[in-house]
Design a protein around this ligand. Sequence first.
Ligand SMILES: Cc1cc2nc3c(=O)[nH]c(=O)nc-3n(C[C@H](O)[C@H](O)[C@H](O)COP(=O)(O)OP(=O)(O)OC[C@H]3O[C@@H](n4cnc5c(N)ncnc54)[C@H](O)[C@@H]3O)c2cc1C
Length: 350
Amino acid sequence: MSFGVEKTVSLRNYNALALDATADYFCRLGSLDDVHQALAFARANKLTITALGGGSNVVLKNTIHGLVALVELRGIRHRCVGDDVYVTIGAGEDWSSLVALSLRNHWYGLENLALIPGSVGAAPIQNIGAYGVELCDCFVSLQAIHTATGELHEMDAKDCEFGYRESIFKRRERNNYVITEVCIKLSTQPNNRWQYPALRDALEAKLEVKLGEASAVQVTPQLIAETVADIRRTKLPDPARLANAGSFFKNPLLDQQQLARLMVDEPQIPVYPAYNNLSKVPAAWLIERCGLRGYRAGEVGVHERQALVLINYGSGSAAELLALCEHIQSAVEQRFGVCLEVEPRIYGSF
Ligand SMILES: Cc1cc2nc3c(=O)[nH]c(=O)nc-3n(C[C@H](O)[C@H](O)[C@H](O)COP(=O)(O)OP(=O)(O)OC[C@H]3O[C@@H](n4cnc5c(N)ncnc54)[C@H](O)[C@@H]3O)c2cc1C
């Protein structure tokens, strides 16, 4: 399809929260040539450019100024080196379909990341992760076009500065690149990671054994992917039925002093070890303790089964959603002295 730019386009069908935002300008990027044409258009008209994938991790306010570019670059190629499989994927490919394809080909490493919505190109932005595995565990490199210079850059994991739901693309280089492809390293040899507590419990229930050294031989990558998918279907609402952006808040990372303070009043809180001697505590648990699970404010609310997920029940607006977000943040801050950081990226103006 030839490249074109449309004016004043509704993004309601392009974001998982189904927020009724309007892009000043909108285009689709199906090739590298389209990316360069979009950059030239943006430069000529002095517009900012916002890359959009599946829209499953964004909060869009009423108007998104500048050019919104839907990334649709396709293609998957691979090369084997011994047991390693290097897979290079176009940024517009669907993440979940990639996980399914890898399992069909017996390329292992993505099974814990089954069923995460969105595109491959967005995966490095927040170093997607679930059930004890993160993108950075198999990430090799990415290619991205710098929006100001039009230059194509290759970046490895060090350049991307990955952290917990973090990368350079959420900080210093926010909105400065359009990622065009991602290369990951998988293996023909399974390396099953089943130790994450919720996954382990579900596997034990399915296999009817206590998992340990000997019994873990029954765990296969396919079983992990199926079990992860089962857990996700029961715990998380499907955005196609109930508009949501997955976890709305990051799980807070606390230093030892903050954790000790919190545990004086809340000795039961689950605690997980994280990077740099920090501890991760579940944001959902804190929200629930504030009595906000299932709380509803007009057309938006907190999901009744998963307190980390905010819902748009139909005609909810970004303003209502962000007011709810602030209400939750101040309730948690007042009660526990812990700041909840928003996970999705917020764009536009009212
Ligand atoms: C039900 C549900 C469950 C979820 N579960 C998880 C989970 O378990 N773990 C997890 O980590 N996340 C989870 N998420 C969040 C989301 O799936 C991921 O963040 C995903 O990577 C977003 O992909 P996307 O294509 O929809 O990105 P979008 O929402 O379109 O974009 C997200 C950000 O990435 C940028 N971006 C997108 N594509 C590009 C590109 N090609 N180049 C440059 N920038 C780009 C956008 O500008 C935006 O800042 C969940 C979301 C939902 C709705």
